[in-house]
Design a protein around this ligand. Structure first.
Ligand code: MIC
Ligand code: SF4
Length: 643
């Protein structure tokens, strides 16, 4: 039997485990990336492991999230990350150089390679035919130290693309259609692999829009074949030397198949508050809007910007709409300023933001009260924009720009004939904002610069054998990491300080949670389906750890968050009978006994609540069991390094 493309790359990087469905496999990581909001913690962890130089082919530290420096904290973090990078062999992409995923695609991604990043949208690299996976900072730190990344051999979902997109319908509409069909849980445990004739009609940046937002499916990653278009993109980036052609074997077998006829697609929008709440723009047309934000790692490429400039050319943005544009990288910004496209945007009234995440992570540009905001981003979770009662719609750059002019949701197909937007033959290349590390011989001279807001890793303890603890919080289905550990301009500067950031833990659901959990000293949290979907922030596990959360009991977990809980030494338990969710209320005491033995042997774990027995599953690998017993991945790694 042949292999799918993802399987071929995984197999070539296999360093442990049995290469068969369902078993845990260890994958060697060629490249790593971090961003600043998860990076400080990742580098604190890396330094704690004591590996002097990174053991990857390429590791890059980006500064793109916490660029709003309204106090010393973010600037201190940038300096800390820059100094660690310089000392330990990591390239440092300075603030202003762009969003990690966009820059990595332009300058470092390569077909057939593996990449792990401390950001859930790392799968953007799949647009180049690489296996690019988002993970918690500690997993990335381990990979930098030369350790493997462990995943369950994934299911492979085939998405066959047919035909060609109609004018004004774009890559964003393709991924919104996939989300509409599969939902935000549809990709859990799977890699989404694109193939078919339609693939040839999409450029690498368009493919990257699709693999980027595959994160919203809950998928491990998404991947496109590497073909002539990949070569064309790499050539234009002056990097054709890394090109290799790659595709699935004709007789490869898939776990699930989907066919999408690109020519049948129309402009789509994900309505509040979930990326899978998708409707045709046509049905929403005429809805009054207050804001349009164009940018983010999903839609900030050169071609995206050229389309926006074309639509805005010679016009003025509607007086009741605030339009912001954040080009994805210094390369994109330089090119649109050189060719005049930037002037067209400025003339039309666009507020030009720096090349960074910005409004996507609530770093400024929060909408007005009850505001309707169209965003070319990938997440529209409640409150993420910084305005709790705002309604965020996720759309293509075409839809956003067309709507910014009219002041109402507008189908871009009303714009008339569409010119052809072509990939440039040569991108403008100037890597002067990427600082190379000091040579190994000089690493001792580099001092690590640690600001006063940078605290250490929270205290961990080996797993207790018995527990009798209250349920400090009970939440519903689809709780995101933005609920557990909110971001935004006020909270993000605390990412390097777990005691401080934990004061905001779960406040979206319950303002009193941090105080209550801390006072209780030890507790469990109960939740529903798809718990922890969204970002890779390990802070959504480290803050609960700091607040004394010992176990999280839910109906089902999202992949990265479950891994982060294990890494933090918090038990990720699921109800054997989902109906038992109703048997636990906030305040109830939950009792466990013989936990260590059960975790070690895989014996069933039974919680006692109000006299009733509640059977629970701990669906984790052998290695994860050892990590749990040790009190988390950091302790486990230290123990193993000592051996
Ligand atoms: C996000 O889009 O939610 C983030 C901010 O990029 C996160 C990482 C973080 O929380 O720092 C992600 O996607 O992993
Ligand atoms: Fe940045 Fe938004 Fe992309 Fe996250 S989703 S990496 S916050 S642009």
């Amino acid at each position: 039997m042949g292999l799918t493309l993802a399987e071929k790359i995984l197999k070539a990087h296999l360093v442990g485990g049995e290469f068969k469905k369902g078993s845990q496999i260890a994958i060697k990581m060629d490249q790593t990336l971090t961003q600043d909001a998860t990076g400080t913690m990742a580098y604190i962890e890396y330094v704690a492991m004591g590996v002097p130089r990174v053991r990857t082919e390429k590791s890059v530290a980006y500064i793109d999230h916490n660029t709003l420096q309204s106090g010393f904290e973010n600037a201190d973090d940038h300096r800390f990350i820059g100094s660690v990078a310089k000392k330990h062999g990591i390239s440092f992409s300075r603030p202003g150089n762009g969003i990690c995923h966009q820059v990595h695609l332009e300058r470092f991604g390569a077909p057939g390679k593996t990449l792990i990043g401390s950001d859930s949208h790392t799968p953007t690299g799949g647009g180049l035919g690489m296996i690019a996976i988002g993970a918690g900072g500690l997993d990335v730190a381990v990979a930098m130290g030369g350790g493997a990344y462990y995943i369950t051999y994934p299911k492979i979902i085939k998405v066959e693309l047919k035909g060609k997109l109609s004018p004004w319908v774009s890559a964003k509409d393709v991924i919104l259609e996939v989300l509409r069909r599969l939902s935000v849980k549809g990709g859990v445990g799977a890699i989404v692999e694109y193939c078919g004739e339609g693939v040839k009609t999409l450029t690498v940046p368009e493919r990257a829009t699709i693999t980027n937002m595959g994160a919203e499916l809950g998928a491990t990653t998404s991947i496109f074949p590497s073909d002539e278009n990949t070569l064309e993109f790499l050539k234009a980036q002056g990097r054709e030397d890394v090109y290799i052609p790659l595709s699935a074997d004709p007789d490869a077998e898939y776990d699930k198949e989907l066919v999408i006829d690109l020519s049948e697609l129309e402009p789509l929008a994900a309505c509040p508050h979930s990326p899978d709440n998708v409707k045709p723009v046509r049905e929403l047309a005429g809805m009054k809007i207050d804001q349009c934000c164009i940018g983010s790692c999903t839609n900030s490429s050169f071609i995206d910007m050229m389309k926006v400039a074309y639509i805005l050319d010679g016009k003025t943005c509607c007086p009741s709409v605030s339009l912001s544009v954040a080009p994805g990288s210094k390369q994109v910004l330089s090119m649109i300023s050189q060719n005049g496209a930037l002037t067209k945007m400025i003339d039309a009234g666009a507020r030009i933001l720096e090349s960074a995440c910005g409004p996507c992570i609530g770093m400024g540009q929060s909408p007005n009260s009850k505001g309707i905001s169209l965003r070319t981003f990938n997440r529209n979770f409640e409150g993420r924009s910084g305005t709790r009662d705002a309604g965020v719609y996720l759309v293509s750059p075409e839809t956003a720009a067309a709507s910014a002019l009219t002041g109402v949701m507008t189908d871009p197909r009303t714009l008339g004939e569409m010119p052809q937007f072509k990939l440039p033959e040569k991108f403008y290349i100037n890597d002067n904002m990427i600082e190379l590390p000091a040579p190994e011989s000089e690493m001792d001279k580099v001092e690590i610069l640690r600001g006063p807001n940078i605290a250490g890793y929270p205290e961990t303890n080996p797993l207790a054998d018995s527990l009798s603890v209250p349920c400090s919080l009970k939440v519903d289905d689809n709780i995101t990491t933005d609920h557990i550990m909110p971001a935004g301009a006020k909270i993000l500067p605390l990412r390097s300080n777990i005691p401080e950031i934990s004061k905001h833990c779960f406040t979206v659901c319950d303002e009193k949670f941090p105080e209550r959990a801390k006072a209780l000293g030890a507790s469990v949290v109960v939740g529903g389906e798809n718990y922890g979907q969204g970002s890779s922030r390990e802070h959504a596990a480290l803050a609960p750890l700091y607040l004394g959360v010992k176990a999280v009991i839910v109906k089902s977990f999202a992949r990265i968050h479950k891994a982060n809980l294990i890494n933090a030494g918090i038990l990720p338990l699921t109800f054997k009978n989902p109906g038992d969710y109703d048997k636990i209320s906030q305040g109830d005491t939950v009792e466990f006994s013989g936990l260590r033995e059960a975790v070690k042997t895989g014996k069933e774990i039974v919680a006692k609540v109000n006299g009733a027995d509640i059977p629970l599953d701990l669906d984790i690998s052998e290695r994860d069991r050892e990590i749990m017993l040790a009190g988390g991945l950091l302790d486990y790694t230290r123990e193993n390094l000592a051996k």
